[in-house]
Design a protein around this ligand. Structure first.
Ligand SMILES: CC(C)(COP(=O)(O)OP(=O)(O)OC[C@H]1O[C@@H](n2cnc3c(N)ncnc32)[C@H](O)[C@@H]1OP(=O)(O)O)[C@@H](O)C(=O)NCCC(=O)NCCS
Length: 186
């Protein structure tokens, strides 16, 4: 996996791509500590479990975890067409570091790592609150128009928040048709 350092804000952030299954106790602790500071405000769906979000981008300021994003690969359907996508999830920046460019850096690194790991996926797809759409549009993402559906233990549901896509392959466009995420949302 690729590691990188990016200087945003007052100090450099070191970004590592890691397998969730290989997290050390220290990484698990740092993740839990960061996660506890974040309220995603998303609907109470059954979301994909942690192990099904296998690759994590970790952004460090020294030994402090300040940013995190998860990526996975999934074959969604648009109309009748299967579309392999990189799913982006659990994007979070430590509240006292938000607004300093770390979120943009970890999301860019996630798109790059997803494209590197799963070159068959020409698009990234993720859900977000309306209040985050501007953040992701600045990073090249677009809304998926029309109802987007996904699976829950009790059947198919319609996504109540925004679903966005972003090209990973050069020139990729989003296909026309009704999108179904095929499985639990992420
Ligand atoms: C959303 C979040 C990841 C953004 O990270 P951040 O580090 O605060 O954002 P950045 O500083 O990298 O912002 C990058 C750019 O987006 C802009 N931006 C940030 N949040 C925005 C928003 N809600 N709407 C519009 N633009 C926004 C910034 O002004 C900045 O613009 P610039 O490039 O012109 O300077 C962070 O606020 C967070 O962790 N929030 C809580 C968890 C969450 O909601 N995660 C998203 C789940 S989908």
């Amino acid at each position: 996996m690729t590691d990188s350092a990016t200087t945003v804000g007052p100090m450099p952030m070191r970004i590592e791509a890691r397998q969730w299954a290989e997290f050390s106790p220290r990484e698990l602790e740092a993740y839990a500590e960061l996660r506890a500071t974040i309220d995603f405000g998303v609907p109470p769906y059954t979301w994909t479990e942690a192990a099904a979000r296998p690759v994590r981008l970790l952004g460090w300021h020294g030994d402090r975890l300040v940013a995190h994003a998860g990526i996975l690969v999934r074959e969604v359907r648009v109309g009748d067409v299967p579309v392999p996508v990189v799913g982006l999830c659990t994007v979070m920046v430590r509240p006292d570091r938000q607004g300093t460019g770390l979120g943009a850096a970890i999301v860019r690194a996630s798109f790059a790592e997803g494209a590197r790991q799963w070159p068959e996926a020409g698009h990234a797809v993720f859900v977000c609150l309306e209040s985050r759409v501007g953040f992701y549009e600045r990073l090249g993402a677009h809304r998926i128009d029309g109802p987007v559906t996904f699976d829950q233990p009790d059947g198919t549901h319609e996504m109540a928040i925004v679903t966005m896509w972003r090209p990973l392959a050069k020139g990729a466009t989003w296909p026309v048709g009704r999108a179904h995420l095929v499985g639990l949302p992420w």
